[in-house]
Design a protein around this ligand. Structure first.
Ligand code: KIV
Length: 271
């Protein structure tokens, strides 16, 4: 039986065993109870309550506006649903950068108020102190390198990161540092597949890629993108498993027609 199959609950130790034995890790986002129940039931290892909720759930252009209270609200529903998956929650923009005490306070709020199992934050050397302080409280931390959407106004675009030697070298150094200080895993977003494979081979902790190729130890996608609920986002790395937006449109249009034609409710659908 696979390591995932044997585990009652996915822990950071189980993820490490998966990396050690070459079993790939499947991670997806979820932001609410109903979706998280389906995701968990389908056998996903890690559910990420991503700050992509800012785009997907609230309709913002970037991840910057979402607050810690919003993230905790989303995480609470996901934690109630997740019977097996490890639940990781993004620290939102402005709650951990440049102030390690605030980073610890934000992480403790997430763990205490939502019951999640770990936090994730973006960046390397510049957030080292924050990560170290969070780890002192026994809170598992997942790193995030490459395209880090909270820095979109610094990058100016969502294109592939670390194509040039200097940025690639800095990323490799950051990945090694994140492992050394005690992160249990890290996300590699939108970096060349060769670089992601090199980093995944060089460090001992599991890497989870998004637009970073098959050499990572696991993969993550935004649930609403892979189900085809979001429509106007089609990067090359995205595989759509459903056209849910179209399927929902058909179902809802039929409901509207049935109400208007008095077909719904029928005699059997009333008391
Ligand atoms: O917020 C998010 O959904 C993420 C993933 C893209 C990794 O950080």
């Amino acid at each position: 039986m696979s390591i995932h199959g044997k585990a009652k609950r996915i822990t950071t130790q189980v993820l490490q065993e998966m990396k050690n034995s070459g079993e790939k890790i499947a991670m997806l986002t979820a932001y609410d109870y109903s979706m998280a129940r389906i995701v968990d039931g389908a056998g996903v290892d890690i559910i990420l309550v991503g700050d992509s909720a800012s785009n997907v759930m609230a309709g913002h252009e970037t991840t910057l506006p979402i607050t810690l209270d919003h993230m905790i609200y989303h995480a609470q529903g996901v934690v109630r649903a997740a019977k097996k998956a490890l639940v990781v929650v993004d620290l939102p923009f402005g709650t951990y950068q440049g102030n390690s005490k605030e980073a610890l306070h934000s992480s403790i709020r997430i763990m205490k108020e939502s019951g999640a199992h770990a936090v994730k934050l973006e960046g390397g050397a510049e957030v080292r102190e924050s990560i170290e302080r969070i780890l002192t409280a026994g809170i598992p931390v997942m790193g995030h390198l490459g395209l880090t959407p909270q820095s979109i106004y610094k990058f100016g675009t969502y294109t592939v990161r670390a194509k040039e030697e200097v940025e690639a070298e800095a990323l490799k150094k950051d990945a090694a540092m994140l492992e050394e200080i005690g992160c249990f895993s890290l996300v590699l977003e939108k970096v060349p597949a060769g670089l992601a494979a090199e980093v995944s081979g060089a460090i001992g902790i599991p890497t989870v890629g998004i637009g970073a190729g098959g050499g990572c130890d696991g993969q993550v996608l935004v649930l609403h993108d892979m189900l085809g609920i979001t429509q106007d986002f089609s990067p090359r790395f995205l595989r759509r498993y459903l056209d849910m937006s179209e399927q929902m449109n058909v179902a809802i249009s039929q409901y509207v027609a049935d109400v208007r034609s008095r077909d719904f409710p029928s005699e059997k659908e009333q008391y």
